[in-house]
Design a protein around this ligand. Sequence first.
Ligand code: C5P
Length: 205
Amino acid sequence: MIVTIDGPAASGKGTLARRLGEVLGVPVLDTGLLYRSVADLMLRAGRPLDDAKAALEAARAVNLADLDRERLSGAGLGEAASRVAVMPQVRAALLKLQQDFARRPGGAVLDGRDTGTVIAPEANIKIFVTASPEVRAVRRLRELAGRGEAITYEQVLSDIRRRDERDAERAAAPLKPAPDAVLLDTTELDIEAAFREVLKIVRRA
Ligand code: C5P
């Protein structure tokens, strides 16, 4: 069984995907980490983020086994990732590894922006998680503060709005729900309530 959970930055999709993976006993791929990893490789090599050739090389070098969530989860890399994610050749280079993951025999949960629309349109269950930008900013701020990052609510909110716009407006695999996705608005829900809704969606399917 393949489950995809897409949505904008800090909507809660990552936490929901990890918890669902535990309950179902299947592996989970946070596809955002791949784009973060491309940006990270480029920045560490001193390349500008709009260097298409370097971006393609970095995308080809991404390896699922090496993804370090802790290091890749900073705010700066989220913004940088969304800049490299607009490049169709980067997305194409990362496609196969995501599709191979999705099609593992035992099933998989994937979360990101295009996992239900492009990576695994054949998924059995597709969920699109949203929440207001203000609520997402509060959640992301809490998470970043926990990592010791000094950043204000206003900075986080403007980062989220900028990323939402870039992710939704790009031509290649824009952020949008698949036509057959179930929408889950978590603005008024804490993570426990949101996860109960996810379980209901999965049981119904
Ligand atoms: O989900 P996360 O915040 O880690 O994603 C970082 C960036 O990677 C997003 O803003 C988006 O531009 C890009 N991304 C994407 N497609 C995915 C996952 C992430 O374009 N499936």
